[in-house]
Design a protein around this ligand. Structure first.
Ligand SMILES: [Zn+2]
Length: 263
């Protein structure tokens, strides 16, 4: 019991730190800044931030949401994204707990999806760098799973095949939709993302992903229409895909079992 609490607390702290990093990375991708070399600075006065300013959530609370150097308000986006990613990490751990390798694999993917969703919300783009990271993360952990005996070569082959098929299906669907709607329905980034998620989720999961992403996408689009009736027609689909895949990462097997029992 106490060990469980200790583990959850560790995951929560790592979730906050990783979430803070991901939010900064997403903001820097949107603004075309280097996120490896540049030090963090205040967005208003440009003062370099010290270690004490970079503690997730705590720095924000202690400084009452204001920059320590110029006194300007700090965006609430920082603590909010950090807390959201903390909860995502803890739930992911709670659902995949006994298998640490699987947890790490899915945790990095969740991080990529989180940053992608943040970027897509701002500039309607899914950055290739994050897609490539998600792809190589799958390759790395899948090979590790083969080495440790959790996975066979056959599983690896099936994973790859599922990715190729998921990408091909989405490409076909989007071409048909383009014809019907007479405009671009899905961005190229969305299709690549579906292919990569097919690797992680397998055949059944990829199928569920398409349905769940469309349902969530529709819900997000309607919610946006209500909140902001003047919003542009172009709509970021990335956040819906990211949310759907996260749900499938934690309860995908239960959904498949339930679905098979219904047949
Ligand atoms: Zn400042």
């Amino acid at each position: 019991m106490t060990e469980g609490v200790y583990n959850i607390a560790c995951i929560a702290v790592f979730g906050l730190i990783f979430g803070s990093f991901l939010n900064c990375m997403a903001m820097r991708i949107v603004r075309n800044e280097d996120f490896v070399k540049d030090r963090s600075r205040c967005r208003d006065c440009g003062h370099k931030l010290g270690a004490i300013d970079l503690i997730p959530v705590l720095s924000y609370v202690l400084s009452r949401g204001k920059c320590r150097y110029c006194g300007k308000k700090i965006s609430v986006r920082y603590p909010v994204t950090e807390l959201i990613f903390m909860f995502l990490s803890v739930f992911l751990y709670a659902f995949t707990k006994p298998d640490m390798l699987l947890f790490c694999k899915n945790w990095v993917l969740t991080g990529c999806l989180f940053a992608m969703a943040l970027v897509d919300l701002e500039i309607l783009e899914i950055p290739n760098g994050l897609l490539i990271t998600a792809f190589f993360n799958w390759v790395f952990f899948s090979l590790l799973e083969v080495v440790t005996g959790d996975w066979s070569i056959k599983d690896l082959g099936f994973g790859l095949l599922a990715g190729v098929i998921a990408g091909a299906v989405m490409l076909t669907l989007s071409l048909i939709m383009d014809r019907i709607l007479k405009r671009d329905s899905l961005g190229g980034g969305d299709i690549k993302l579906f292919a990569i998620l097919g690797l992680y989720l397998g055949f059944a999961g990829a199928y569920e992903l398409v349905i769940l992403s469309c349902v969530l996408g529709l819900m997000f689009a309607m919610a946006r229409k209500i909140i902001d009736p003047k919003a542009t027609k172009e709509f970021p689909f990335g956040p819906a895909i990211a949310t759907a895949s996260y749900i499938l990462l934690i309860i995908g097997n239960d959904i498949t079992d339930w679905y098979l029992r219904m047949l």
